[in-house]
Structures are given as C-alpha cells and as structure tokens.
Ligand binder design. Structure first.
Ligand code: NAD
Length: 296
C-alpha cells in the first residue's frame, strides 16, 4: 500500500481518491474548494492545507485537474509543487491536457530525477465512482509498472500507448470520436422524431444496429430514452460540455501540430462552442443536441 498525495477532487478526482482509500492506500488530499476536501475526508482521506502540504512523505503524487494551465500552475507555477516532491516519488497526472503540456511537466520532473506518467482516463463519473476507469498511459514502462497497483485501485483497463504525452494524444483521439458521435446521434434521433418516430424505439433499434455507440446505449442524448442518462435529469452530472469543448480544441491543436486533417472534429468543435454560447457549457455534453431541438 502506498502513501499518496492527491490534488484535484472534482467530479472525477473525488471518487478516485475515495477508491484509493477503499483499497487500503493512505491518501492526503487538497482542492481549492473546501467542500470537495471535506467530502474526501468523509471518505477516509486526510486533509492538507495546500497542494505542497499533501507531499510530506508521499510515495505517489496524483493530480486530477481541469486543464493544461492548472496542471502547469500546480507543478511549475510560482509555488509549484515539483520542487517539493520527495525524491523517488512517482508522479501521475490523470487530467486531460495538451500533449505538449504533459511533455513539458514530465521533462521538468525528469530534470529533478522524478518519473512522471500522463494517465488521462475514460469512463466518466460513473467509471470513477465504480473504480472501472480506463487509464491511457504515456511514459516509461518501468514507471507504469510502479503505478499499476495504484491505477488498479481506480480502474479496470490500463493501456500503455507510448512515451510521455502519448497518453494525452490517444485520449484526444477517443474524445474527438466521442464528440462527433454524440452530436450526430442527437441529429439522427431528432430527424426520426421530426418524422413522428418514438425516440425510445428508434434508439433501441440503433443500439443493436450499425448506428450503435456509447451515445445510443449508455448516454443517449434524448430526454427520457435512458433513465440513468444525464439527458433524463436535465443534462446534469456527467461530462461537462465545456470539458468536451476543451478536448475538441486540444484535438484541433494536436492535428495542426502535425498537419493532420480532422474535418469532422473541427465541425464538432464548433458545435460545442455554440453549445457554450447558448449557456449550456456546464451541462453534460449530450446537451449539444439542444442546438437543434431547443426551439421546438
Ligand atoms: P472538475 O472541474 O469537476 O474538477 C477539477 C477540480 O480541480 C475542482 O474541484 C477544482 O477546484 C480543482 N482545482 C483546480 N485548480 C486547482 C488547484 N490549483 N489546486 C487544487 N485543486 C484545483 O473536473 P473533472 O470532471 O473532475 O475533470 C478533471 C479532468 O478529468 C479534466 O481534465 C477532464 O477533462 C478529465 N475527465 C473528465 C471526465 C468527466 O466525465 N467529468 C471524464 C474523463 C476525463
């Protein structure tokens, strides 16, 4: 069992830290939001007064923060923690950030003799709670072997996809596909409904046909089709539309950096940008369907 410093206790980080506790690890946590820290303490973690204060005798440092600027700020900023991480500790950033940012922080860690992995996740808040996340890992093989028992306490599948930054590239590929698929699934159901079809029957048919996807089966964008999907509770919870917008923007940047063409990804990035402008940035990303249905 390890002594773990955990920074960033939001929708994902909170339940991930709780699962580490459940699996017998000693977890010291920090978040800017006191209520998030309190929830982790209620789950059995101990509270730190700052990000640096989590580090004392940590063997593993995990961060789960919103975006590149938060990760660079926490590790490399004025009061950045990198300088204070105990020698020999393993650093794992699970946030979804730009591959270039991940490489920058991991190079700074290496300059201090610390091993660092980028290990963004897939599986959403339900996966974080159930401890069934997929970890998409970039970094050295031996660092991943050190991380494995800790990652297994929070997830089910672990993929080593390459060197530092590769975890972020693979995660962006997945989320770009998800963002496009969600938008087009909403569009398809709206088309059927405009022709008088029952969205539930249409979705059930698609879920066992070739239009099948996570969007038809698990997170259907149409209200009332799946009882447990965010769409059926006013698009609350789930994966924020603004986080999807961030990931689509990172995918566009990643494509431009190597001259790749992502025509559908670029259209979908604009759809999530329009969803943000329509005031739905904090709602689940499946609310993108309301771009074509909210005036009905
Ligand atoms: P969130 O906004 O709910 O949580 C982020 C937390 O980080 C917040 O509690 C915030 O207070 C904290 N934070 C920000 N700056 C901080 C700082 N300097 N020090 C300490 N704490 C700080 O976001 P989330 O949904 O938990 O997502 C976290 C990451 O995981 C994002 O990169 C997101 O893209 C990715 N992700 C999210 C989901 C999902 O379904 N929500 C799924 C896969 C991946």
């Amino acid at each position: 069992m390890s002594r773990i410093a955990f920074i960033g206790l939001g929708n994902m980080g909170g339940p991930m830290a709780a699962n580490l506790v459940k699996n017998g690890h000693t977890v010291r946590v920090f978040d800017l939001v006191p209520a998030a820290v309190q929830a982790a303490v209620d789950a059995g973690a101990s509270a730190a007064a700052s990000a640096r204060d989590t580090l004392a005798d940590a063997e593993v440092v995990i961060s789960m923060l919103p975006a590149s600027r938060h990760v660079e700020g926490v590790y490399l900023g004025d009061d950045g923690i990198l300088a204070a991480i105990p020698a020999g500790a393993l650093v794992i950033d699970c946030s979804t950030i730009a591959p270039a940012s991940a490489r920058k922080v991991s190079e700074a860690a290496a300059a201090r003799g610390l091993q660092m992995l980028d290990a963004p996740v897939s599986g959403g808040t339900a996966g974080a709670q159930a401890g069934t996340l997929t970890f998409i890992v970039g970094g050295e093989e031996d660092a991943l072997e050190r991380a494995r028992p800790v990652l297994q306490a929070m997830g089910k599948n672990i993929f080593h996809v390459g060197a530092s930054g590769a975890g972020q590239v693979a995660k962006l590929c997945n989320n770009m596909a998800l963002g496009v698929i969600m938008a087009v699934t909403g569009e398809a159901i709206a088309l059927g409904v405009a022709h008088g079809l029952d969205p539930k029957v249409l979705s059930q048919m698609m879920a066992v046909s070739t239009g099948r996807s996570w969007a038809t089966e698990v997170c259907n964008p149409w209200p009332g089709v799946l009882e447990n999907a965010p769409a059926s509770r006013g698009y609350s919870g789930g994966f924020g539309s603004d986080l999807m917008l961030k990931d689509m923007g990172l995918a566009v940047e990643a494509a431009m950096s190597v001259g790749a063409s992502i025509p559908l990804g670029e259209v979908a990035r604009n759809l999530y940008s329009m969803n943000h402008q329509a005031g739905r940035g904090k709602l689940d990303f499946s609310s993108v369907v309301q771009l074509i249905t909210s005036d009905r």
